[in-house]
Design a protein around this ligand. Sequence first.
Ligand code: ZN
Ligand code: ZN
Length: 423
Amino acid sequence: MEASTRCAVGALALAYIATPALRAFRVGYLTDFFAPSLAAVLMLRYWSGGRKEVVRELRGIATDWTVTPLRAVVGCADLTVPLLDRVARLLSAALTLPKYAVSYGPLCPILYTRWGDVASEVGFIATRSFAVSTQLSPLAIAVWVACFVAVLRIYVASIELVQHRFWSHGCFEPASRPVAWLLWVWGAAGGQGGALTWVAIHRRHHRFTDAPGDPHSPHAPPREACAGATPVAHPYPRGCGLAYAHFFWMTDRDNFAFQPQYVGDLYRSMPELLLLELLSGRVGPLWSRGAEEIVFRLATACLAHDPFESWHHPAALRALASDVCFLAFEVMTQGSWAVNSVLHMSAAGHGGAALGRSVDAPWLAHWLGGGHIHRSHHAEPKLATVAAAEQTDFCDHFTRAMERAGLVRRVRRRSTEEEVKKD
Ligand SMILES: [Zn+2]
Ligand SMILES: [Zn+2]
């Protein structure tokens, strides 16, 4: 294929992937979201580093929209770079642009709608739960609580077990390619992007823990790794590090670019991950609809012969099933964000490049399912579980079940610790 044809194919691919961003840039979006968000970001940049930080931000935006995509398109014709690396660069440039449409700055649509929706939905659910609680039998309450716990644990495992332990650290191996695809779907169900995006961010976190370059530290700015620039203050005012590490880091353009160098091993061994990354946004809604349907059917079956149950109406059961799944998802999301924020807030001394300021938090055991033993994880990241015998790690129960079923193998446990350290 001619170099010009390769460039044209690259440009078409980039335009196709970035179309959602281009479509979102309507006048209403620009005035309601982008302009106020940009103004807020520029103020924060000025606050943290003066005029040069403002110029740097504006230059960064211009680069994301012109130089980076152009380089990726022209790079398609560069035969000295392996094909998969060229595709990864193109994907990275193209996936950066849609982020401006949904998650740029502290006033972006995703935070506005997400927090707005959550606040109104939680208020609505609380009111409804209070109203129905007096009419629910003890059996019904037990069934709904059990459903909530089960759905929550499956969601927690999608992030902690699949995205984190499996894709990021390779704590075990899938028995076959289809099992790896199923794990990809389970991981994407957590609503935090596909495996490549998640892993690229997390491996950067391990590489620069709580030092400049960490994408979501409450203590250090993320940009060092991206630009190699001189150290700057945290982009958010003093005291806001917790909020930055919890969710504002996702709105920072320094974290938009998906950095292929952190996930080269994954897409070289499974090139289809590059394609799957484009579908990751569709998995969450499908998964939550499936979960609602299963919870609805289970509850209907369990409560069909409950003599004290007055809530037999299918519409009421469906509404409760939807509430249970929504709450489980939101509770999981806050928990997984808390690992980045609360578990790195320690004011104690820096534990070095590997440990940072991470801490273990036994009080979060039943919420984070093993993710709470975070400092121990930073010390031995390749272990499938770092939990001692008396510690809770319900994600490890999923690993053991998959191992017994022959779905995964070579699970890295303490008995293989020496092998782990060699890596
Ligand atoms: Zn950490
Ligand atoms: Zn990790």
